[in-house]
Design a protein around this ligand. Structure first.
Ligand code: DC
Length: 216
């Protein structure tokens, strides 16, 4: 137990958190947990079942009958691999709305804490250093300018063959920044003891190097 480490990687949408967190986890040989994917999974299921964000009873019933798991880099919702199904602009919006619902956050934070108690993890999200693991051994807050983040997200979506428009991607990012940082329940903010890394003018490799050096 004493050897367990928890590394929290927080920051706004599209700052490169998941690529960075995944690479750091791989270097250290520990698990990577993408908490954004968990909010996306709930958003996806709510959309599929036609449950609205203000239908708290419906959401509670859904949460009580939902299983989310990670295995070999896949996210599994009720036994089904949903990796690609949750990476669409529609689910991004849906995830942002459902992440403002208290009972959704309670359930997912609880699950995340269980996952991080069982083994060493690199966990990325918005509230890992502040709420999920306030006592994490290492905390990083990854940022980049909205334009740079939009450019990265745009390239990612184009590579996946999706039809997107840069201005729309930028508008979506700005919108989500606003939602994520102004919501009443645990809005996105940097933990006081987190190391902030502005990646606007850095390559992914430079960021990974920097983080690994900070941890030595
Ligand atoms: O990191 P992402 O873009 O996949 O996250 C999807 C949404 O979930 C995003 O709007 C923010 C929210 N989220 C959150 O509120 N808390 C987390 N720990 C992770 C994501």
């Amino acid at each position: 137990m004493e050897d367990m480490i928890r590394i929290a990687v927080d920051g706004p949408s599209g700052a490169g958190k998941s690529t960075i967190a995944k690479a750091v986890a791989q270097r250290l040989g520990i698990d990577y947990i993408d908490t954004g994917a968990m909010y996306r999974a709930i958003g996806y299921k709510m959309l599929k079942k036609g449950i609205n964000v203000d239908d708290l009873e419906g959401i509670q019933r859904l949460l009580d009958t939902t299983e989310i798991d990670f295995s070999k880099g896949d996210i599994i919702l009720d036994g089904q691999v949903i990796n690609d199904l949750i990476r669409t602009p529609e689910i991004s919006k849906q995830a942002s709305s459902c992440s403002a619902v208290g009972i959704v956050r309670e359930k997912l934070v609880d699950l995340q804490q269980k996952m991080g108690r069982a083994k060493s993890v690199v966990m990325d999200g918005r509230d890992i250093g502040t709420v999920v693991f306030p006592d994490a051994e290492y905390k990083f807050f990854i940022t980049a300018s909205p334009e740079e983040r939009a450019k990265r997200r745009y390239n990612e979506l184009i590579e996946k063959g999706q039809k997107v428009n840069y201005d729309q991607v930028l508008a979506d990012i700005t919108d989500r920044d606003h939602n994520d940082s102004t919501r009443e329940i645990t809005p996105l903010r940097k933990a006081e003891d987190a190391i902030e890394v502005d990646t606007t003018n850095m390559t992914i490799e430079e960021v990974i190097e920097y983080i690994c050096k900070e941890m030595k």
